[in-house]
Design a protein around this ligand. Structure first.
Ligand SMILES: [Mg+2]
Length: 258
């Protein structure tokens, strides 16, 4: 793994050889600094402005691929030219583009029922938070004090038993457990779907979490993959931290508008 800046001449070469570029960006921990609660996340102004200039370039399409729902991403970014991929790509919306994974759509009412049944139980644990994302649920423990963590994890175990045998799966991310429809889909498959739909532009993928690794594995041979934070990753390049994302976007803008 080398840093983006050390490998910049290669990034530059790959971009200048491409007529169309698809920039796929994760949201939390990539565009937005990681926050204490999901509600507290913000999109720094400098990033919003650079994104706007990038989406204005005719050769560039920007897609945001996140575990958040599309409605949230749209509200935070507020740019109609962006393609929003929500719920880890189970739903995607953009100009002339609308997708919801059909099995996930069918499980929506069950997700809603779990959300209302679990909220009060989760509220008994200080700091715990349930995020209803429509097609999936997020159970957050970033603000749960250490002494209450065992109770949080016991509850997760109980809910796991409750959903055993149902068409759902559990996965853990940064200080969160998620309940997702058990469908053969992830950010990587969603990114490939988008690539095909757009007739294979050159991808540039940036993300920080384990779910982004599916995109890196799917696209690393076809473009540039950059992981935020120096860690084991299928991405070939890394940024030292989220604080370097604005500089990365500005550098991409510079190359792509040249
Ligand atoms: Mg992330």
């Amino acid at each position: 793994m080398i840093s983006v800046w050390k490998g910049w001449s290669r990034v530059k070469g790959s971009l200048s050889a491409s007529r169309r570029v698809l920039l796929i960006l994760d949201f939390d921990g990539t565009l937005s600094p990681l926050a204490e609660t999901p509600d507290a996340a913000v999109l720094p102004l400098v990033i919003r402005q650079t994104l706007r200039r990038l989406t204005a370039l005719p050769s560039v399409t920007v897609a945001i691929m996140s575990g958040r729902p599309v409605t949230y991403l749209r509200r935070m970014v507020g740019d109609r030219r962006v393609i929003y991929g929500g719920n880890h790509g189970l739903e995607m919306r953009g100009p002339r583009l609308s997708f919801i994974h059909s099995e996930a759509r069918r499980l929506r009412t069950t997700v809603r029922a779990y959300a209302s049944a679990w909220r009060s139980t989760l509220n008994l644990i200080p700091g715990a938070l349930l995020e209803n994302k429509g097609l999936s649920l997020g159970l957050h423990h970033r603000r749960v004090p250490a002494r209450h963590l065992p109770a949080f994890h016991r509850l997760i175990d109980r809910l796991k038993r409750q959903t055993a045998g149902r068409p759902f799966r559990w996965r853990t991310g940064k200080k969160v457990w998620e309940l997702l429809p058990d469908v053969a889909w992830n950010k990587g498959k969603a990114a490939l779907w988008l690539m095909k739909k757009m007739k294979d532009p050159r991808p540039v993928v940036v993300g920080d979490d384990v779910t982004d690794e599916d995109m890196f594995r799917a696209l690393r041979r076809r473009g540039t993959c950059i992981v935020v934070g120096r860690k084991r990753s299928a991405a070939g390049l890394y940024l030292a931290g989220q604080g370097e994302v604005p500089r990365l976007l500005r550098s991409l803008e510079k190359e792509l508008s040249a």
